[in-house]
Ligand binder design. Sequence first.
Ligand code: ATP
Length: 241
Amino acid sequence: MILQTQNLTKRFFNTVALEDLTFTANPGEFIGLLGVNGSGKSTLIKMAEGLVKPSGGSIKVLGETPGANTRRMVAYLPEIDHLYMSWNARYAFDFMKSFFPMNEQRFKDVLEFLSVSETARLGTLSKGNRTRVRLALTLARDAKLYLLDEPLSGIDPLTREQILHTLIREFRADDADSTMILATHQIAEAESLFDRVLVLDGGRVLLEGTAEDIRNARGVSIDRAVKQDAMLAEARRRGGK
Ligand SMILES: Nc1ncnc2c1ncn2[C@@H]1O[C@H](COP(=O)(O)OP(=O)(O)OP(=O)(O)O)[C@@H](O)[C@H]1O
């Protein structure tokens, strides 16, 4: 098992960020972690990286409590721009290489596919191009689990779709045993790629299953099913007040 949670709960003071989540991610799966802003996606990803501790329940990555021991095998792309502006992509790669196993060829291929320079100072790149560098660096890690939190924010919709459909698919063909969890609130453009989706709403599971099963059972796209369920959940919440 790559990732396993059991009744996982996280509270920040009065806010319930995740509630009673029991979920498993298997080797080779590409999982869409979906939901509107504030539904708990980043909290789950940060817990899998060992940055946030559970308030209740448990989370295991590669059979261990997430933290320093698991980080070598987990490639995490945070939502925020975490690289120094004075660096370039090559320097960042070499820096990461001193901590983690890295795949030089994949790094070069991904940068080339994304048309980003290895040597341009990050501070001189557009936000979208810096996002591409961050994505290339994450995919260049040789890891068992890839946690991508909104990996394409700041990139225009047409390019986002192209990157998702080409790059992620190519990458997976190259590294078929690794598991990828991609968090996004932009569901429609990515849903056809996922093997399985976990949809959160207010920290609770709204929908979970293989993309195909959900589409067959509901007769609509995942995007549409999520919107329908979110509206019902919201109506229930209002009714309960
Ligand atoms: N450090 C924190 N302190 C207090 N509340 C927090 C903290 N981190 C997250 N939350 C709250 O927990 C809930 C879930 O947040 P989270 O960032 O996991 O959602 P998300 O689905 O990733 O949202 P987005 O799509 O906007 O990134 C939100 O209500 C958020 O305000």
